[in-house]
Design a protein around this ligand. Structure first.
Ligand code: FAD
Length: 296
């Protein structure tokens, strides 16, 4: 079953996002995290992707270990930024050789602090072009439709802002038209943001499942860092709940309670499952999965 099929099945899915380790110490910690996450029997795990050669190699190692040691289906992220078409083709072929059949096609973020940065002259500019490129490369290897699936990013919090709404829908429709079969969302904190995006997408002819991505917030410090990283504001009510607790354990519990309530509301509203951003830590991700009733 591809991830497209899993997201179209009646039971809500549980999945986790991991990122490739940067050194040996982080790698050992990640192997432990993966072993613990595997105990919740997730439907799949996604692995983020950076354009550097080191991260590429460690992404492949994570993918291999997920599939071999834990029998967890990998969803390999791919990005356009700073790579030629040929380089992107080579990465897709490496993943295919590892047995990967599910891809998340993203543009990637241009490097920060480089005002003279220009897109690669022989690269791809937008995620929808990457979707078409993956389909081309996979098709050329004789892998049939239905044996692989391609997802893309969606942005519920940006959609909540009137000024981004139509552009976001146009871009998501272009991704679907290029062959995307599911979407995974950026982090957000209010069920209504996903519900409005899902309803508006359907009205615009976007029928692919939109899988919500959730982060359990464990402290006000972490909430502030995430706001900075993602540009998505944390609601005042959540910040107050985190700040009201005077010890770290109670603040953490408040954060898990909020994320679990969000997950339950989303599944009740028809979300195909929940994708948990783990930051390569298993504890909060597993507590959230258990509190939301999604761990097996
Ligand atoms: P696109 O759809 O290409 O959109 C990028 C920008 O171009 C948007 O502003 C869009 O409005 C605009 N645009 C799109 N099409 C057109 C067009 N035809 N004409 C004009 N403008 C257009 N980044 C990484 O580097 N590695 C990762 O592993 C990674 N994983 C992610 C996972 C998820 C679930 C999410 C939500 C994001 C992830 N990102 C990752 C970040 C992502 O790459 C950035 O958010 C990026 O800025 C947007 O990516 P996109 O795929 O939506 O790009």
């Amino acid at each position: 079953m591809t991830i497209r099929d899993l997201l179209r099945a009646p039971a809500p899915t549980l999945s986790f996002e991991l990122f490739p380790p940067r050194d040996d110490h982080a790698q050992e910690a990640l192997w432990e995290t993966m072993a613990r996450l595997a105990e919740a029997r997730p439907d799949f795990a996604s692995i983020t992707y950076g354009a550097s050669g080191t991260t590429r190699r460690s992404s492949r190692e994570v993918v291999r270990r997920l599939a071999d040691a834990h029998t967890i289906r990998p969803l390999a992220h791919l990005t356009c930024v700073d790579q030629s078409r040929d380089e992107i083709t080579a990465v897709i072929e490496e993943f295919l050789a590892e047995g990967v059949r599910d891809f998340l096609a993203l543009r990637g973020d241009p490097p920060v602090g480089q005002p003279d940065w220009r897109p690669h002259p022989d690269g791809l500019l937008y995620a929808h072009q990457l979707v078409a490129h993956i389909r081309h490369v996979v098709g050329a290897r004789g892998i049939a439709e239905g044996e692989y699936s391609i997802g893309v990013a969606a942005f519920p919090a940006a959609h909540a802002e009137e000024r981004w709404r139509q552009q976001g829908l146009d871009v998501l429709l272009a991704k679907q038209d290029a062959g995307a079969e599911f979407a995974v969302t950026q982090v957000f904190y209010e069920a209504a943001h996903w519900e409005v995006l899902a309803a508006d997408a359907l009205a615009a002819g976007i029928t692919i499942p939109i899988l919500p991505g959730i982060i359990p917030l464990l402290s006000t410090g972490r909430a502030a860092r995430l706001e900075q990283l993602t540009g998505v504001s944390v609601p005042e009510s959540v910040l107050r709940a985190l700040a009201a607790e005077d010890d770290a354990g109670a603040a953490r519990a408040a954060g898990i309670t909020h994320a679990a309530a969000l997950a339950r509301d989303l599944v009740s509203a028809g979300a195909p499952g929940i994708h948990v951003y783990t930051f390569n830590r298993h504890e909060a991700a597993l507590d959230l999965a258990a509190a939301a009733g999604l761990a097996r």
